[in-house]
Design a binder for this molecule. Structure first.
Ligand code: NAD
Length: 266
């Protein structure tokens, strides 16, 4: 049976850990060729080795880039087009949550700027250069559709709900990702380019576990989770796979929540 991403090529940012790593493995399993972008090159290389061991039929190339730098994101997308002939999927997933106090009264401008540069500007660069590449993809006349591509931007449940934790710059950056993604989805819908935000709930990945670094902090967060547990990165990878594949061909502009029910909780 052909994979759900057979003959597609994808760029995944933050591919060396958490959601990005699980998505890289899953996309490879489903037949996609990949550029694995991470600012941490050794982790991207480890991801590429895992893929070549498990899925030798696909190509996965590790690529060091800081998503806040336009030229580096552009180079990653150019590499996908050079190696695979086209770009079908852009997963703008890399993000940071600054471990220092990040609230309106105490946060420093440098933390605000760093968070915005990576979490928001990085997604903008990824969208901009992916759209330019996807515009060149040939139309699928058999389906009567313009098959441009799928762009997935990782936001967060905090973009929808207020979290009583000091992460203001993070929350603001993720809210802006939702707004930007919706607008780009409208502007590019008729080019066959779909854009959706993925809104994870709290997950058992280094990003959150480093932030909730005591049992007490973890327990305080767990109380609010309807399922009584943190999510797993692979549960987000499954959703990203759906949004990346043609199975979601009529879905664009959504805030796709994978949060264990958190955003419906009272
Ligand atoms: P993670 O820390 O496990 O992985 C993030 C990856 O991004 C790392 O490999 C890191 O090296 C890379 N990265 C960081 N800055 C980068 C940069 N400037 N350029 C390129 N790569 C960079 O985190 P995760 O939990 O898998 O988070 C992935 C995304 O999901 C993030 O955007 C995060 O904000 C979002 N998210 C996470 C949670 C959660 O609970 N973990 C909840 C909601 C949203």
């Amino acid at each position: 049976m052909p994979g759900r991403l057979q003959h597609k090529s994808a760029v995944i940012t933050g591919a060396g850990s958490g959601i990005g790593l699980e998505s890289s493995l899953l996309f490879a399993q489903e037949g996609a060729n990949l550029i694995l972008v991470d600012v941490n090159l050794p982790n991207a290389e480890k991801a590429a080795s895992l893929i070549s061991e498990r899925f030798p039929n696909v190509k996965a190339i590790p690529f060091k880039a800081d998503v806040s730098k336009e030229s580096e994101v552009e180079a990653a997308i150019a590499l996908a087009v050079k190696e695979f002939g086209r770009l079908d999927i852009m997963f703008n997933n890399a993000g940071i949550m600054h471990p220092e106090d990040d609230n309106a009264l105490n946060t420093e401008e440098r933390i605000w700027d760093l968070t915005m540069d990576i979490n928001l500007k990085g997604v903008w660069w990824g969208c901009k250069h992916a759209i330019l590449a996807m515009r060149k993809n040939p139309t699928d006349e058999s389906k009567g559709l313009r098959v441009g591509g799928s762009i997935i931007n990782t936001a967060s449940f905090v973009a929808i709900m207020g979290a009583a934790t000091p992460q203001l710059a993070y929350t603001a950056s993720k809210g802006a990702v939702l707004a930007m993604t919706r607008e780009l989805a409208m502007v590019h819908a008729r080019e066959g380019i779909r854009l959706n935000s993925l809104c994870p709930g709290p997950l058992k990945t280094p990003l959150l576990m480093d932030f909730l670094n005591t049992d007490e902090k973890k327990q305080r967060r767990l109380v609010h989770l309807p399922m009584g547990r943190f999510g797993e990165a692979v549960e987000l990878a499954n959703a990203a796979l759906f949004l990346a594949s043609d199975e979601s061909s009529y879905i664009t502009g959504t805030d796709f929540k994978v949060d264990g029910g958190l955003s419906s909780a009272y």
